[in-house]
Design a protein. Structure first.
Lengths: 265, 326
């Protein structure tokens, strides 16, 4: 199995290199919205002194870490898988004795991340020079804990995206569905606004949803803003969602493959 | 090992195809309530293929050939019926099954478009757990027959259609499958390329004893490789048997070609049905029942100024076409 992943890595890494320009577009896309939110919120906070206790500096710290968390936890499953179901090119992968999603697509996402990280790092460093975040509150315990947290976030996010992408077995409109899913993430992950600034009811719901694992939870871990109880709760909620997303993905995938009509050649 | 590699019983596949009339009104209506039409792609097809057999799977476009191949390779779930290949139910998609068969379809399948075929080959080696020495041996054989080496280092997107097909077939055979499903394996190849693939498949079959089920639009593929053919039309099995028996059963006719002086002035209708032969406009052709041939020939020779006469089997294409239309 290790050998399979090694070869898949070589193939996918080489493929990603072929699409360097494409990668730069992705990188820009990824940077734009967090930077806009950052700019908007910091200017509001500077004008009013603070927003519910969040100063301009707090927003800068939050969004600078968000950029990192987003890099590690996000995925592009919808973009590199849905079309294969729709145009039938999945057939070639389905006749191989390995799981198309959990091997090839997973490795493809990782290769994509590895390469984009290379472009992201210098950009992030330049941004720190511009926005001058204050990371004095960051602890090494927080950073260490954020690694398994982001890993959990990535896996749960990957499986949920994979399940939603697999709906392409039934509908050709899966992209709009995914857009809606994206909007939900935007709201409940803490990207649009840090969750602590949301109405109480939204916060109460968000802490039991998987989306905070993608951004809010690891950011707060790194910034050292969570109590021990909150840290434990975050991991427990994450592990429960890991189980649920495995079940959900399996459920959709198994039925989807039965539904597959292998169109085209 | 199971006694027969392929056993198919009453296999059926019905697709639900959304349908609507053209026009704006229909588009709006279909948004709320979609109408579906059942399309029976394959209907109660049964056959059995023994180890080492090479079987040609024929039928016009849309007959259900590819759908059947997709079911047998585990890509599609049938609507009803059973199939067993090497003792496995294909659509359960067990790894052991997928490792012992191959499906070669069209142009795009096993090779990654953007990288050289060599990398995809190594990936397949890992996926199918092929030991190094066995891989080298198989690759060498494939290279001898298909002349792969010059193609291996180029990105697949830069290969010609025929070169890509060679690589696709080779990639699909690296793991030495015991059952081969080939959908149009020679499509896009020139005459030499086609002949080479044919020769290769015959050799592969001889060396490994693998069973092969192939579809092709090139009759030469079928006549060169298959002793047995299965014909389906509108999803139903029309014929299953020897290629040579086919003409006898479906079209027990011979073609008599005669070259006559002042050819157009004679009425041939009392000797048999006159047919066109595009390839030979110098002669006039008569379709005559096989048991009548001797009598008609001697009559023609006695009655008419015959310069030349030939007796031949009707071309396999036209026989098969007759089988479709029955």
């Amino acid at each position: 199995m290790l050998n399979i992943f090694k070869r898949l890595w070589q193939v996918n890494w080489a493929e990603q290199w072929q699409y360097r320009a494409n990668l730069i577009m992705y990188l820009l896309y990824w940077l734009v919205s967090p930077i806009i939110y950052l700019s908007v919120w910091t200017s509001i906070a500077s004008a009013k002194g603070s927003v519910n206790g969040f100063t301009a500096g707090d927003f800068v710290n939050y969004y600078m870490i968000l950029l990192i968390a987003d890099q590690f936890t996000s995925n592009i499953v919808i973009h590199n898988f849905a079309y294969k179901i729709q145009d039938g090119s999945l057939s070639g992968e389905l006749v191989r004795p390995i799981h198309p999603m959990l091997t090839n697509t997973l490795v493809n996402n990782l290769a994509f991340k590895a390469l984009i990280l290379a472009g992201f790092t210098p950009v992030w460093l330049v941004l720190t020079l511009i926005f001058k975040p204050d990371f004095s509150g960051v602890t090494w315990q927080g950073v260490l804990l954020s690694i398994p947290a982001m890993l959990l976030g990535f896996i749960v996010g990957f499986l949920l995206s994979a399940a939603i992408t697999s709906l392409a077995f039934w509908t050709t409109r899966v992209y709009s569905l995914h857009e809606f899913y994206f909007a939900v993430i935007l709201l409940f992950s803490g990207q649009f606004v840090p969750l602590t600034l949301m109405p109480k009811i939204v916060q109460d719901i968000a802490q039991y949803l998987p989306f905070q694992l993608f951004m809010y939870y690891p950011i707060q871990l790194i910034l050292g803003k969570l109590t021990t109880a909150q840290i434990i709760q975050g991991f427990v909620v994450g592990l429960v969602w890991l189980g649920l997303s495995i079940l959900f993905f399996n459920f959709v995938w198994r039925r989807g493959v039965k539904q597959y009509s292998a169109v085209g050649a | 090992m199971s006694p027969e590699p392929i056993l198919v019983e009453q296999l059926s596949k019905t697709y639900q195809v959304p349908e609507r009339e053209g026009g704006f009104g229909a588009a709006v209506r279909s948004f709320f309530k979609r109408k579906y039409k059942d399309v029976k792609a394959v209907e109660k097809v049964s056959f059995r293929i023994e180890p080492g057999e090479v079987v040609g799977f024929l039928g016009p476009n849309g007959a259900g050939k590819t759908t059947t191949l997709k079911m047998l390779s585990g890509l599609l779930h049938p609507t009803s019926g059973r199939a067993s290949v090497l003792g496995f139910t294909p659509w359960e998609r067990k790894s052991d099954y997928l490792r012992s068969m191959t499906l070669v379809m069209g142009q795009r399948n096993r090779l990654s478009w953007d990288i050289p075929a060599a990398d995809s080959f190594l990936l397949n080696q890992a996926i199918y757990r092929i030991p190094d020495d066995e891989y080298k041996k198989t690759y060498k054989e494939l290279d001898e027959l298909l002349e792969l080496e010059p193609l291996m280092k180029k990105p697949v997107r830069n290969l010609s259609l025929g070169e890509r097909m060679k690589c696709e077939i080779a990639a699909g055979l690296l793991h030495r499958p015991r059952v081969l499903f080939l959908d149009e394996p020679t499509i896009g190849l020139d005459i030499t390329g086609q002949a080479r693939i044919r020769e290769f498949l015959r050799e592969y079959n001889r060396r490994t004893g693998a069973a092969i089920l192939l579809t092709s639009h090139y009759m030469a593929d079928v006549t060169a490789l298959c002793e047995r053919i299965i014909i389906i039309h509108h999803g139903q099995l029309k014929y299953d048997g020897g290629l040579t028996d086919l003409s006898r059963k479906i079209a027990p006719f011979k073609l008599i070609g005669v070259m006559l002086s002042d050819a157009d002035s004679h009425d041939l209708s009392r000797y048999g049905t006159e047919v066109q032969n595009e390839e030979d406009m110098d002669k006039r052709y008569l379709q005559v029942r096989a048991d009548e041939v001797t009598r008609v020939t001697s009559q023609l020779l006695a009655d008419l100024p015959v310069h030349d006469i030939t007796i031949a089997d009707p071309p396999i294409e036209s026989v098969i076409e007759q089988a479709f239309n029955q």
